[in-house]
Design a protein around this ligand. Structure first.
Ligand SMILES: [Zn+2]
Length: 146
């Protein structure tokens, strides 16, 4: 935790207690450089929980979504800014489904966004997501776009 007053990284916790509603931990910290005390709140940042095909639950990983979308574009057809905007849009869309979301829905949501933007990216993502085993599947998917 960086000291907000002098930017030193060396700060120590001097006191810890749970928030009134119990969802955050309040910590008093003291900077070892300028000795200023300040308060931080530590909160669980899980906003989305993924229910996988085998029924397991795991924390949603934004990076995974980002990488998946980035790979779909092959790192070329989309600028960094547009890519970030797209992933953010998809993420907000996912959050509309509630706190718990099935991995299947994530894949379908990404596909529905890609479909409007770029056919090649759509097919590339579909091929990974659906784990096409045969070329014929890929061709069938391509045919459905036309
Ligand atoms: Zn300081």
């Amino acid at each position: 935790m960086v000291c907000p007053f002098c930017n030193t990284e060396d700060t120590a916790v001097v006191d810890s207690r749970k928030n009134v509603d119990g969802d955050a931990i309040r910590r008093r910290r003291e900077c070892s450089a300028c000795n200023t005390r300040f308060t931080t709140y530590e909160k669980s940042e899980i906003e989305l929980i993924v229910k996988k095909r085998n029924g397991n639950l795991e924390e949603f990983q934004y990076e995974k979504l980002f990488n998946g979308v980035e790979n779909a574009f092959g790192g070329q057809e989309l600028s960094e800014k547009k890519l970030k905007n797209l992933v953010e849009t998809i993420y907000l869309d996912l959050k509309n489904h509630g706190k718990k979301i099935e991995s299947k829905i994530i894949g379908e949501t990404v596909l529905s966004h890609l479909k409007d933007i770029n056919e090649v990216a759509y097919l590339r993502f579909a091929s990974v997501y659906k784990e096409f085993s045969a070329v014929s599947d890929f061709e069938k998917e391509a045919a459905e776009l036309n």
